[in-house]
Design a protein around this ligand. Structure first.
Ligand SMILES: [Zn+2]
Length: 462
């Protein structure tokens, strides 16, 4: 009995000291990763090129083609084991001329800023002038029924300010942007305008994708987003009562062209011990057309590329296969994510980890994880390693739209969670430009992602 006890204690001591040794080694490795990213990182230079030399890159556009060629060329320079393009068929929507809008009243006209929503059809060449009805939701339109006939439906539900994570506030309001025109069109409305997805009151209209679902052609109505200051003004004038006679005018010339060809850009370092266990890091290479797509998702692209570059630079040979994927067409179709997962399924590939960065290039706070309890517990053990870098958020739930289709019962999907407070100042607007991204914040995000991948590579998943 005594011998068994002694052996057990000895075993425990060996395990504890092995764990301590690992902690020391891992701490040193993380320190090296952060130092390399902050002192000789490449993410900011890459973002400068992608934002300023290529700019907006909506699926099917010239910018999209240039971004694919750039991504491939840059990955080729890293000396990875393999770099390739995976074909993706993408929708091709173009904005056309700059949109025009104003509120026409008996007191005079007020110009407001709007932008067409992705997938929307154009107005007639002369635009449209019609009465406006303000609503808070698609459910309200369904209740109003025929009363919206011949009118412009104005969806004005703000993002709820009391949500701490702004992504949740977005989630609570974005349905009216996606479904607003579809529902209004079914009841005979002539147009739909939607309050921009923005917590601030400012001049920027925020674009984003919408869908007509299965509406018949005569139920498809043009739709646009209005800036939050425009939405506030319009609502104020509507609610003045009989004193003000009001109509809304808007004109846009966007168009849905035939599908186009794009590509996922993929680079890989083969695992030295478990090559069949694949870890993917990525973001989406496409962006909306109004700005440079620097936060959404240029930041996620260059951070993901930096993960593999830092592995190379620091001579960390991964045991498991490490892939970066610059996904095509997240914004208006998710074609890239779907094509990647379908190909993985076809080739019987085993993706143990998927990490996405698509929440802006702000100061990293941690990660959101979608995984089973066992893995969530396993990952929590690494939390102390991140303490020196102020990375504290290890939350449940998260990942990313592009990696979503890779979900399996036993794998781990996670998303980098940067501070979210300023994201919707820029998201899908002309303000999403290179200058809006802070160099250190971007680099800290890249280092945080690399560190997490280093730990997944070393310890695997449960
Ligand atoms: Zn995005």
């Amino acid at each position: 009995m005594k011998t068994i006890l002694k052996t057990a204690i000895l075993f425990l001591c060996v395990t504890v000291s092995a764990q301590q040794a690992d902690f020391k080694l891992d701490s040193t490795q993380l320190r090296e990763i952060y130092t390399a990213s902050l002192t000789k990182g490449k993410s900011y230079d890459w973002l400068n090129y992608l934002s300023n030399k290529i700019g907006g890159r909506l699926a099917g556009s010239e910018g999209d083609k240039k971004a694919v060629a750039w991504g491939k060329a840059e990955l080729d320079k890293l000396g990875l084991d393999k770099v390739w393009l995976q074909p993706v068929t993408v929708p091709h929507w173009v904005r056309g001329e700059k949109e025009e809008a104003h509120i026409e009243t008996n007191l005079g006209n007020f110009k407001v800023n709007i932008c067409a929503l992705g997938s929307s059809i154009a107005t007639s060449k002369d635009g449209v002038l019609a009465e406006v009805i303000e609503v808070q939701s698609t459910e309200e339109v369904e209740e109003l029924g025929d009363k919206v006939k011949g009118k412009i439906v104005f969806y004005n539900r703000p993002m709820p300010a009391d949500k701490i994570e702004t992504m949740r506030a977005y989630g609570a309001s974005v349905g009216q942007r996606y479904n607003g025109a579809r529902v209004a069109g079914k009841y005979g409305a002539v147009r739909a305008i939607v309050r921009s997805m923005n917590l601030k009151i400012d001049k920027y209209p925020h674009t984003g994708v919408m869908s007509y679902g299965d509406n018949a052609d005569n139920e498809k109505i043009p739709t646009a987003a209005i800036s939050t200051n425009g939405a506030e003004l319009l609502s104020k004038l509507i609610n003045e009562g009989d004193k003000i006679k009001l109509k809304f005018y808007f004109k846009q010339s966007c168009e849905n062209l035939p599908d186009a060809q794009s590509y996922n850009v993929i680079g890989e370092i083969k695992g030295s011990e478990f090559p069949d266990e694949i870890m993917v890091v990525g973001g989406h290479l496409d962006s909306w057309d109004l700005g440079d797509g620097s936060h959404d998702d240029g930041a996620g692209i260059v951070q993901s590329m930096e993960v593999l570059r830092l592995f190379k630079e620091l001579k960390i040979r991964p045991k498991r296969t490490l892939r970066v994927v610059l996904f095509a067409n997240e914004e208006n179709g998710l074609g890239g994510g779907k094509a990647y997962a379908a190909e993985a399924e076809k080739n019987n590939e085993k993706h143990i980890v998927g990490l996405e960065s698509d929440s802006g290039g702000f100061t990293p706070r941690g990660f959101g994880f979608t995984c089973n309890d066992e893995n969530f517990e396993h990952i929590q053990q690494w939390k102390p390693l991140f303490k020196p870098y102020n990375i504290h958020l290890f939350a449940r739930g998260g990942g990313g739209a592009d990696i979503g289709p890779l979900k399996k019962d036993d794998n781990v999907l996670l998303g980098l969670r940067p501070d979210s407070q300023r994201y919707f100042d820029f998201h899908h607007t002309e303000a999403d430009v290179f200058e809006a991204v802070h160099k250190r914040e971007l680099e800290l995000g890249a280092a945080t992602m690399t560190s997490m991948i280093y730990l997944f590579d070393k310890y695997g998943i449960k």
